[in-house]
Design a protein around this ligand. Structure first.
Ligand SMILES: C[S@@+](CC[C@H](N)C(=O)[O-])C[C@H]1O[C@@H](n2cnc3c(N)ncnc32)[C@H](O)[C@@H]1O
Length: 538
């Protein structure tokens, strides 16, 4: 999209022009329809707002339109008729960030007068971004010698960094801002040569062996390269490897105790399957490669334990980067590797090498004060994924969704007609601490209909209750679903995850499993309570 598309200056008219949904966006038509239904335009005229005062209503409508444009499919599912947002932390940051960029672009490209409402608007959007909830964190220990070496090495590589390694209570090591960062400020700039990518692996002396092994993907090549390189004290990346953890505590490394604690939960199956997949991959490569190329793949560096370490490293530290020639590669990005995840991040977007100076640049989308922990968003990830691949969980994670699949009736033509007319879905979701989705209740109402109701009911099941009996069936069936999901989550002992913290480090997996289960339990209890209160009001 060109600059001209995002804004337009017409004589006496200054338009904030929001980019329409991309043609490949699966929600393209739905977003346009929702905007139309809410009477939200894509162009907002600042002309009506002469003087520095921008009305709250005008700003709210602009932000609401930006939120709709940034919706993803899961967020879309949860949008209710009267719901104006915020729809999710991700959506809110993206919407405000897109607006901020748009207004900043306008300010840079036109000679706006100091009293122009554009300045006021820019400030208001920035204030909204800075006012978003954040994870407050306390710095505990000082920087370790390996972290100092890492920072010195990074500077030698031409990495410009506004962050440094620091320990934070409850997070371990993270990145602290070395200066006050404002929206749009550079956080880190990394020259392309300082990235650890497939190209590096192929260009190394392992390249010929890689090329003779057609079953290897680029990602596996660089993973194998990192297994050997981490032991090489003369490696260009020695300081980077030295600053990495000796062991990773992710779901992939769970022992029997942790897996037992997770028994009966879906995440236990995910972990077992992911591990089996990795083990299969390892067995299909080793010891065969070590025998064929003993110099390149020495047996002592290519053990199963080291392979698992490298998988954990790449899954939890790897970042997808788009290179100037258009390829997308997962890379290890020195210094950016220090950034911990938050659902209220300071940095959200960075994926493309800037081809004007061949660097990867990370910018702050909102303020981070000097000394505060600077966070990245790893994505809208549920706790099951965070636990399996990253080894932590987020308390009351808004992206923890419980899927609910329904078998919708398909025999009675009248019922089928109702399903089609009101777009009743068979795939649903619930999330904790929010009302039950109207779409889910509507689908269950239709699914629980009895013969006489099918013949007589002609209303919209999203807004009209079918009968008391039907309503009772709806909430009782939900209640029994949630009860069955809760069963494996009941704590086997009396200690809460907080109480067990710090007791025995070797039980890290059991502790993490407990934290995960506690989060799932809280979600299920919250939706269960909604059903109970609906039933008692009948
Ligand atoms: C890319 S690294 C971030 C830097 C890492 N903490 C370090 O010191 O090397 C990702 C890992 O950091 C940790 N981490 C990231 N975000 C976290 C969070 N919000 N809470 C706890 N640990 C987190 C997890 O161990 C995760 O696998």
């Amino acid at each position: 999209m060109s600059r001209q598309d995002t804004f337009r200056v017409i004589k006496d008219q200054l338009l904030i022009k929001l980019p329409p949904p991309a043609p490949h966006d699966v929600l393209h038509d739905k977003k346009l329809a929702l905007l139309a239904c809410r009477n939200l335009p894509l162009s907002f005229d600042l002309k009506e707002l002469r003087g520095p005062k921008i009305s709250d209503m005008w700003l709210e409508r602009l932000i609401e339109a930006a939120r709709v444009l940034q919706l993803n499919e899961t967020e879309w599912y949860f949008v209710e008729d009267e719901d104006r947002g915020p729809f999710s932390p991700r959506n809110e940051v993206e919407a405000l960030h897109a607006l901020e960029l748009n207004v900043r672009g306008l300010l840079l490209n036109i000679a706006a007068e100091p009293e122009s409402p554009l300045f006021t608007l820019h400030k208001m959007v920035q204030d909204r971004l800075n006012g978003l909830k954040g994870d407050s964190t306390l710095r505990s220990k000082n920087v370790s010698p390996t972290d100092v070496q890492l920072a010195n090495w990074a500077a030698e590589q031409g990495i410009r960094s506004m962050i440094y390694a620091a320990e934070f209570e409850g997070y371990g090591r993270g990145a602290a801002a070395s200066t006050d960062l404002q929206t749009g400020d550079l956080v880190i700039e990394i020259p392309q040569e300082a990235l650890i990518s497939e190209d590096l692996a192929i260009e190394s002396n392992m390249g010929p062996a890689f090329r003779e092994t057609p079953e290897l993907t680029g990602e596996t090549m660089v993973l194998l390269w990192s297994m050997r390189e981490r032991h090489d004290e003369k490696s260009k990346f020695a300081a980077y490897f030295a600053a990495l953890p000796e062991t990773f505590h992710t779901g992939l490394g769970f022992g029997i105790g942790g897996l037992k604690e997770l028994e009966g939960t879906l995440v236990a199956d995910e972990i077992v399957q992911a591990r089996e997949h990795i083990r299969y991959q390892y067995d299909s490569l080793f010891p065969a490669l070590s025998r064929k190329y003993p110099e390149i793949f020495p047996e002592n560096y290519f053990t199963w334990e080291y392979f698992l370490w490298a998988c954990q490293l790449w899954y939890s530290y790897g970042i997808k980067v788009k290179f100037p020639r258009g390829t997308i590669q997962t890379c290890l990005v020195p210094m950016a590797s220090l950034l911990n995840h938050s659902i209220y991040p300071h940095v959200t977007h960075f994926s493309r090498i800037n081809d004007s100076n061949n660097t990867l640049q990370l910018f702050a989308v909102r303020q981070c004060r000097a000394g505060e922990q600077c966070f990245l968003s790893y994505g809208s990830l549920p706790n099951s994924e965070l636990l399996t691949f990253y080894g932590f969980v987020v308390k009351d994670n808004p992206y923890d969704i419980i899927p609910i699949d329904l078998d919708l009736p398909d025999e009675d033509p009248k019922q089928v007609e109702l399903i089609q007319k009101y777009d009743v879905l068979s795939y649903h979701m619930v999330r904790g601490f929010h009302p039950l989705p109207t779409k889910l209740v509507a689908a269950l109402r239709v699914a629980c209909m009895e013969e006489d109701e099918i013949a007589s009911f002609k209303e919209d099941p999203r807004t009209v209750m079918i009968s008391q009996r039907n309503e009772r069936d709806v909430y009782e069936s939900l209640l029994s679903t949630f009860d069955s999901l809760l069963e494996p989550l009941e704590q086997q002992d009396d200690s809460s995850p907080e109480e067990t913290e710090g007791t025995d480090l070797s039980d890290w997996d059991v502790l993490l499993a407990k934290q995960y289960k506690e989060g799932q339990r809280r979600i299920l209890e919250s939706v269960k309570n909604l059903c109970i209160s609906e039933l008692s009001s009948l």
